[in-house]
Design a protein around this ligand. Structure first.
Ligand SMILES: Cc1cc2nc3c(=O)[nH]c(=O)nc-3n(C[C@H](O)[C@H](O)[C@H](O)COP(=O)(O)OP(=O)(O)OC[C@H]3O[C@@H](n4cnc5c(N)ncnc54)[C@H](O)[C@@H]3O)c2cc1C
Length: 403
């Protein structure tokens, strides 16, 4: 394994770091004080400049309008963007669009890619991904209530979704629905289907109140009803019944994006924690950082962030070389491990700031609210731990459980 960052990527990362500090952080202030909508015009101005420089969607191939970076090359960039609550959005590599781009790139038909992928990469439209349902456990995604029934050349889709992130304002939703209820394997019953959000019957019931916020636009998590929505069967991605396999594949690189973003958050929280510990005096001449307990938080955070980064880079390296399927265990390990590091580092940073850490005067409280979900979305901690442990135990002779 060689994690040497190529010179051009190092230069690009330094440029992006300056852009985050000088251009994005002032706009972030507006988001923290007045919400995402209040910053929309400024964000579009920044995106316009990045578009001209060919820097939007750096993880996508150039032929589709992206920057053409591999996962490993994109990793340091993603980390730097994670330093701001809107960094990924400004560069058009935010969830769920980044994952949808990867899905369409690798599995979309030519027509789907022209119609949906190209404008998505250009940042002209947004999308969402509808898999989770209120009545069924998201942790068992082969058990779904949403159905897609064939009717001539169309599917007619009925169902109830929630936590459809960024649905408010999205132009299309990739919906996971059961197309083959009789398939012997539960893993072969669902398909992923591109559904325009202006199709009759697509209904956003509400933006869910999450951690005290309703969210808006890209920052929303919607409850959605699909009331007999009719879409051409040509909108299905891949072969019928491949929905679960595609969801797994979509989540591999997606988890690298999340983990690197979380490490960027950790680094900014770490900077804020150290600045505060070095300058906040408990009594004249006695900074908070002179206390051993605070020193321990700093040392532990440093070790945890650096170790997590190595684990994530190893996973990106493996996905680039061997594909997402070969890196299944690695992806599970980084998902729960990095989410845990994120939570611990944020908690220590908030504690170091005292009451200030709970205000919107730093991004810490925003991240505390918005990133608690890191241990739940894209597979809860427990799901990843049990999945990886079972595969390890099988190598030690434990029999595989029946699905
Ligand atoms: C911020 C956020 C954004 C999201 N965005 C999207 C989105 O855009 N699209 C989408 O489709 N979904 C989205 N989700 C939903 C997410 O994928 C689900 O919440 C997740 O899969 C867990 O499903 P659940 O909430 O139904 O919990 P459940 O499946 O009901 O599980 C509840 C808890 O049970 C425990 N548990 C579950 N399985 C096991 C097990 N095998 N062993 C031990 N313990 C277990 C875990 O602790 C888990 O947290 C989002 C969620 C959040 C929080």
């Amino acid at each position: 394994m060689d994690f040497t960052i190529p010179t051009e990527i190092r230069d690009l990362t330094a440029l992006v770091r300056r852009f985050v500090d000088e251009e994005i952080l002032p706009v972030e202030r507006t988001v923290l004080e007045r919400g995402f909508g209040a910053a929309q015009v400024e964000i579009e101005r920044l995106r316009g400049w990045l578009r001209e420089q060919g820097l939007l969607a750096p993880h996508m191939p150039r032929e589709w309008g992206g920057g053409g970076l591999s996962l490993l090359d994109f990793a340091p960039l993603s980390e730097v963007l994670g330093r701001s609550v809107i960094g990924h959005y400004v560069f058009n590599v935010q969830a769920p669009d980044a994952g949808n781009m990867e899905l369409l790139l690798h599995h979309g038909s030519d027509e789907q890619r022209e119609r949906w992928l190209r404008p998505l990469v250009a940042g002209d439209i947004r999308s969402c991904f509808g898999m989770t349902e209120p009545e069924f456990p998201g942790s068992n995604p082969v058990w779904l209530g949403t159905t897609a029934r064939r009717d001539g050349g169309d599917y007619v889709i009925d169902g109830h979704k929630w936590f459809t992130s960024a649905a408010d304002g999205a132009v299309f939703c990739i919906v996971m629905a059961v197309t083959n209820p009789e398939a012997p394997s539960p893993y072969a019953r669902a398909s992923q289907i591109v559904m325009p959000t202006d199709a009759p019957g697509f209904e956003i019931v509400q933006n869910l109140p999450v951690m005290g916020e309703r969210g808006e636009g890209w920052m929303s998590h919607a409850e959605v009803r699909l009331n007999g929505v009719r879409v051409p069967s040509a909108n299905r991605i891949g072969v019928e019944g491949s929905g679960f396999a595609l969801a797994q594949e979509r989540l591999g690189p997606g988890r690298i994006h999340h983990c690197m973003r979380w490490l960027g958050i950790c680094e900014r929280a770490f900077d804020l924690m150290c600045e505060r510990a070095a300058t906040r005096e408990l009594s004249p001449g006695r900074p908070l950082g002179s206390r051993q307990i605070v020193q321990a938080w700093i040392a532990e955070s440093r070790a945890e962030i650096d170790a997590a980064r190595l684990l994530v880079l190893r996973t990106a390296w493996r996905i680039d070389r061997e594909g997402a399927a070969a890196a299944r265990d690695d992806v599970s390990l980084i998902k729960f491990h990095t989410a845990g590091v994120l939570q611990r580092v944020l908690d220590r940073a908030i504690q170091t700031h005292g009451a200030l850490g709970l205000t919107e005067l730093t991004p810490l409280a925003f991240w505390w609210r918005h990133e608690r979900g890191a241990r739940i979305y894209d597979g809860a901690d427990e799901v990843h731990k049990t999945a990886v442990a079972k595969r390890i135990l099988e190598r030690y002779g434990m029999k595989r459980e029946k699905a």
